[in-house]
Design a binder for this molecule. Structure first.
Ligand code: SP5
Ligand code: ZN
Length: 345
């Protein structure tokens, strides 16, 4: 009998619906839509023998405060006063790195945001808190040994959100929140397989040797998030040697991606010998993704899952990017089943 994989999701994660983003071409429909989790659930719900979906009951505000500065969370509170269909895009950015600027005034949003793709709306904070709640639940699930593998259907995603900045469609760093919780009980390794560098995760744990942060992603020279994700970033202070970036060429294939994972990331994780594994799982590496140019196929996610499952660690999978809806659910299923099939062997 294969163990059932617990999946966490809350319906209020669907409330937030940014209509558009402002990218290099101007206004474009926002790719990070409520249709994404719906597409994933549609597939997972077809397999009740393999997945059990349930909802978190409480919002992890305390954990959010452990990872993010209170001014950032206060800014999200202020955005809750916006009209239903109003979205605030920062259009003005500071010339210095001043922190602790008055978040009661939305015109100061530029102090807390690093791009024009991540608007604030009335429901941003509610959806982001429930999203973080699923990551918290999934972490508690492996902590209590209820299951060796759990899946947080986080949306909005989180890996670009920093301690005091949001951006890249991310508001609260869900994986970091899960790691913060798990690190009270042991060491944690994070493997980020999203197409984009997990800059928020890296930054939050950059000085920390209790959490190993690793990311395999498109070379940031000409890809978002541009300013980080280079191999030279290895951590600082006590965290030196506890961050690993593997930038890959544009149009990378599944074979090359798996090769980077097995020859660079996995040995690093093995040496670190963590008590827990968190996978920041983006599927924007898929061949048809509208935002990205890697060439992975559904079967590659099974293989990636197999490689990560062989680590045989209590594992939390946290959803990140992935914008090609017709294959998104199948790809999530492939990764999760790929992990499950190699655990406890
Ligand atoms: C979580 C995650 O995958 N965030 C990625 C953020 C990437 N932002 C890049 C912005 C430009 C892309 N706009 C493309 C719109 C296509 N309709
Ligand atoms: Zn991404």
């Amino acid at each position: 009998m294969k163990p059932i994989i617990p999946v966490y999701f809350h319906d209020d994660q669907l409330l937030f619906h940014p209509p558009y983003e402002w990218d290099k071409r101007g206004y474009v429909p926002h790719p990070e839509s409520p249709e994404r989790p719906k597409a994933i659930l549609k597939v997972l719900n077809q397999f009740p023998d393999e997945f059990k979906v349930s909802s978190p009951e409480t919002q992890p505000e305390d954990l959010a405060h452990q990872v993010h500065v209170s001014h950032l969370l206060r800014l999200y509170n202020i955005a809750e006063t916006l009209e239903e269909d109003a979205f605030f895009f920062p259009t003005f950015f500071p010339k210095n790195h001043q922190t602790n600027v008055d978040p009661e005034n939305l015109n100061n949003t530029g102090f807390y945001c690093f791009d024009t793709s991540t608007p604030l709306g009335k429901h941003t904070y509610t959806s982001a808190l429930w999203s973080a709640a699923t990551a918290t639940k999934a972490a508690q699930c492996v902590l209590s040994k209820e299951s060796k593998l759990s899946y947080a259907l986080t949306r909005p995603p989180g890996h670009h959100a920093d301690k005091n900045y949001f951006g890249g469609y991310c508001y609260l760093n869900n994986a970091a929140i899960a790691a913060s919780l798990l690190s009270e009980h042991g060491s944690v390794a994070i493997v980020d397989i999203d197409y984009h560098h997990g800059d928020g995760i890296q930054s939050i744990f950059y000085y920390d040797c209790r959490v190993l942060t690793t990311s395999v992603h498109a070379d940031p020279t000409n890809r978002f998030p541009y300013f980080s994700g280079f191999a030279s970033e290895i951590g600082l202070g006590a965290g030196e040697g506890f961050n690993l970036n593997v930038p890959l060429p544009y149009e990378t294939t599944g074979e090359s991606f798996l090769n980077a994972l097995t020859t660079i990331i996995i040995p690093k994780v093995n040496t670190f010998n963590p008590d827990f594994l968190i996978i920041a799982a983006g599927f924007d590496t898929y061949k048809d993704d509208p935002l990205c140019d890697f060439k992975l196929e559904t079967d590659d996610y099974t293989k990636i899952g197999n490689v990560l499952g062989q680590l045989d660690l209590p594992t939390v999978v946290v959803q990140e990017g992935g914008y090609f809806l017709p294959a998104l659910g199948d790809n999530v299923k492939a990764l999760l089943c790929g992990i499950r099939d190699k655990q406890n062997k």
